[in-house]
Design a protein around this ligand. Structure first.
Ligand code: PMP
Length: 427
């Protein structure tokens, strides 16, 4: 493929935008090569500035669950835009989407809209601290909850106790309140509660992790977290920015039948426009300003275009009673058939999948936490990525990211993808 124009645009972007991109993973730093500049996207496909076409397995990192530029969502955005882009006042539409979400997601009474997943998770932690009067919280190594300071903490080796800043600019004072444990390791969480009695406000967790590749909760991990929170007076925060409305309409809470105290959303909830949200029962949400004292605000929060795109997307999902069944079936086919091809080629691998989230680890062993994900053969993933890209299959440009399958991916796209993978040269 020819990437001439992408290459020129990247050189130009590099002069004016740090690293040439507005979000780091886009820069292809881990897979190498020049990032591809897209000019349009429709259904299962994206087209780049050199007119190459790609079958899409990122879908804007999750939001485009219906595929790109769904005609009904597009129409709804256009109609809304004619009425104005942003008022900075309350609108009827905000109540409509809030009511719709509250009625469809378990264990929440109220929801507050923000403009990104980062804001949602940052605000959820503040609310948990305000509600419990405690400072510390537990997060898991390899989970990502946005780029708010207290989340950018790298785990130390061994059993983690206090975090260290892993990004310059995060102060040790902030880092000390972020406690780290390994995903799927309930003993480490028990230890943290034992050593920080009465100090832990919350546990925040990706109920299915998608930021170290796709990693599933095992051995009743989520149920056990619930139990530990109850025993210790801490809140359980499900970060459903990826999993919300993707794994089930009621998200991971519904799928695993585990009750969270606070739930955060992003991605699908905005239908491709910038949206995040956090929700909880009345007792907790009543602590939020202007009713309560925990402050949180946003100029574009509840933006009418974003609300309309989100609500239309959610309604379209809900209107098809077999939506998840079909979406999951496509993903299952990909998983099963890719596995068969890689086995025929004798390439050691593990495919992790839940619903329409999946990823391949080139690894002989199962992957259930960050260390195991990091031990996979990432050089081989990068090779796999580039060979597929060259043939028009667009995967996330990192072995530490989940793929997001959209409803626009049909049998023909899956067949084409498998045909390309059959030609994968492994040396
Ligand atoms: N939480 C999770 C689980 C995420 O995957 C992400 C982003 N990928 C975020 C939070 C942050 O969302 P945003 O990029 O919209 O700030």
């Amino acid at each position: 493929m020819n990437y001439q124009r992408s290459s020129a645009l990247f050189d130009e972007a590099y002069k004016y935008i740090p690293g040439g991109v507005n979000s780091p993973v886009r820069a292809f730093k881990s897979v190498g090569g020049v990032p591809i500049f897209m000019k349009s996207a429709k259904g299962a496909y994206m087209t780049d500035v050199d007119d190459n076409q790609y079958i899409e397995y990122i879908n804007s990192w999750g939001p485009a669950i219906l595929g790109h530029t769904h005609p009904e969502v597009l129409e709804a955005i256009k109609k809304q835009a004619e009425k104005g882009f942003s008022y900075g006042t309350p609108t009827e539409l905000e109540t409509e989407i809030a009511k719709y979400i509250v009625e469809n997601v378990p264990n929440i009474d109220q929801i507050r809209m923000v403009s990104s997943g980062t804001e949602a998770c940052m605000s959820a932690i503040r609310l948990a601290r305000g509600f419990t009067g405690r400072d510390k919280f537990i997060k898991f190594e390899g989970c990502y909850h946005g780029h708010s300071d207290s989340f950018l903490i790298k785990a130390g080796s061994g059993m983690a106790t206090f975090g260290n800043p892993s990004s310059p600019g995060v102060t040790p004072g902030t880092a000390k309140d972020t406690l780290l444990a390994k995903y799927n390791n309930i003993e480490e969480v028990e230890d943290l509660f034992r050593h920080n009695q009465g100090e832990i406000a919350a546990i925040i967790v990706e109920p299915v992790a998608g930021n170290m590749g796709c990693v599933l909760p095992e051995n009743n991990f989520l149920q056990n977290l619930r139990k530990l929170c109850d025993e210790n007076g801490a809140l359980l925060i499900f970060d459903e920015v990826m999993t919300g409305f993707r794994l089930a309409f009621g998200g991971a809470q519904e799928l695993y039948n585990v009750k969270a105290d606070i739930v955060t959303f992003g991605k699908v909830i905005g239908g491709g426009l910038p949206v995040g949200a956090f929700a909880a029962r009345n007792e907790i949400m009543d602590h939020l300003a202007p009713k309560g004292a925990v402050y949180q605000a946003g100029t574009l929060s509840g933006n009418p275009l974003a609300m309309r795109a989100g609500l239309t997307t959610l309604q379209l999902i809900k209107s098809d009673e077999n939506f998840y069944q079909k979406l999951n079936k496509s993903t299952e086919t990909l998983d099963f058939e890719i596995g068969k091809i890689l086995n025929q080629k004798s390439i050691p691998h593990r495919i992790n999948r839940k619903g329409s989230m999946m990823s391949i680890f080139f690894h002989v062993n199962a992957v259930s936490n960050f260390d195991e994900a990091a031990n996979a053969n990432h050089a081989l993933f990068n090779n796999f990525f580039h060979q597929l890209l060259e043939k028009g299959i667009y995967l996330p440009p990192s072995g530490f990211e989940s793929w997001f399958i959209s409803a626009a991916i049909k049998e023909s796209e899956i067949d084409k993808t498998l045909e390309v993978i059959r030609k994968f040269e492994y040396s």
